[in-house]
Design a protein around this ligand. Sequence first.
Ligand code: FMN
Length: 187
Amino acid sequence: MTDATASEQELSKQFITAMGQVATGVTVVSTDGAGGRFAQTVSAMCSVSADPPLVLICLHGRSPANEAIVTNGVFCVNVLATQHDHVADTFAGRPWPGKEPWDFTCGHWASARSGAPRIHDAIASFDCSVHDVVDAGTHKVYIGRVSHIEAMDGTPLIYSDRLYHRPIAHEPSVFEEFPDARPAHLN
Ligand SMILES: Cc1cc2nc3c(=O)[nH]c(=O)nc-3n(C[C@H](O)[C@H](O)[C@H](O)COP(=O)(O)O)c2cc1C
């Protein structure tokens, strides 16, 4: 192994460890159609644009969902709530006892307008058509044009440090030297 390869591997390990510190929401990205029915747990999801409404997701190139999404031309981003931890695990290939990997009998599913499976109590579902696909290292980045949205109240599931969490509101910091200091937007 050359020094350059070793240092690239070291950087990649540091990258994975540091990214583990990042807190994200958790989604299940699903698709259905001639290319088959698939879903995959994805934390790499973010808003791109509101007008037109675009989101992006990053999927490992090895995932069977890639071919299905490209063939079907559609996907639905289901934003998970805390009751969906077992759904996240199932579609990350680590089902709970009694369930198979990629087993759609976990959770309650409806059909999005595109035909993609939609988790009926997801806190938000973004039904998308494929707008663009970009190859990026080990992953493919899908930009989805949102055609329909469902949303409901719930507590978002958070992933950080390889564990699921629930959000807790953060009280503004208090500084002894400046006891009256408060964020201006709360005054
Ligand atoms: C909370 C969580 C978030 C994940 N986010 C992503 C993601 O954004 N993109 C991705 O390609 N895989 C993501 N994964 C990983 C895949 O869901 C999982 O590794 C894969 O389905 C199992 O493949 P493997 O056993 O071959 O690694 C995530 C897994 C978990 C548990």
